[in-house]
Design a protein around this ligand. Structure first.
Ligand code: FMN
Length: 218
């Protein structure tokens, strides 16, 4: 499936079926998570059949990703970036998901922390009771900062960024196309803003095509 199609189909799902992940689905997710860990230096853990992991906002959620890693600059943003990569991969495998900054029960944790690692956030996943639904979104004009003509790739990147999940649907970002051609992504401080930043960055890259631009801070 086209990456943009997967992005369009993804919505937060908080109600799940009482059905364990199929063996091959779980294997693929494990392998993909291991690749992401290798590339990012994070310690993302897939926990399955752990129904005590979530609060009652979520129904029958028995699987989740725990995002942990060594404390280092950019840790939260990397969790957002690689986490969204895994959640879109899971969407393509037929699973549904929802980031959970607060709705997870910390005391029921099944993840492990190695020396110097910290827990950042969780994400629920499993077979959805439904596919979730569209929600309100800002308009591209509210987040784009461009002088002159807007290139197509920038417009599609922004479209993908506006389809990204953000904590409390804040969408508190701006995307600026600078004179030198680089793109600058800014996010207003707030709960989980750095995780949001990573998620939005990943979506923009998919929509714009990484080969068409470079980031301001690259
Ligand atoms: C960093 C982050 C933390 C979130 N934390 C929670 C949470 O604790 N509980 C919850 O029900 N939803 C949580 N969400 C889901 C958002 O509410 C949801 O992504 C947003 O409303 C946009 O909806 P969508 O994902 O369907 O596009 C979180 C999302 C993100 C990105």
């Amino acid at each position: 499936m086209e990456p943009m199609e997967i992005i369009r189909q993804r919505h937060s799902v908080r109600r799940y079926l009482d059905k364990p992940l199929a063996g091959d689905v779980r294997d693929k997710l494990e392998a993909f998570t291991a690749l992401c860990n290798q590339e990012s230096g994070l310690h993302i853990q897939l926990l399955c059949n752990e129904p005590a992991g979530f609060s009652r906002t979520f129904s029958r959620c028995a699987n989740y990703l725990a995002f942990t890693g060594p404390r280092a600059p950019g840790l939260e943003e990397r969790c957002g970036y690689y986490g969204e990569k895994i959640l879109l991969f899971a969407q393509e495998l037929g699973l549904r998901s929802c980031w959970a900054g607060l709705s997870h029960a910390k005391r029921a944790k099944a993840y492990t922390l190695e020396n110097g690692e910290v827990f950042v956030i969780a994400a629920a996943l499993g077979y959805g009771e439904d596919d979730g639904k569209e929600r309100k979104s800002k308009k591209p004009e509210e987040v784009m900062k461009v002088r002159g003509e807007i290139p197509d790739w920038f417009r599609s990147g922004t479209e993908a960024a506006l389809l990204a999940p953000t904590a409390m649907n804040r969408q508190a970002f701006t995307l600026e196309l600078q004179k030198d051609g680089a793109v600058r992504l800014r996010y207003a401080l707030g709960p989980f803003w750095q995780v949001d930043l990573g998620i939005v960055r990943y979506h923009f890259e998919i929509g714009a095509g990484k080969e068409n631009f470079r980031w301001h801070d690259e």
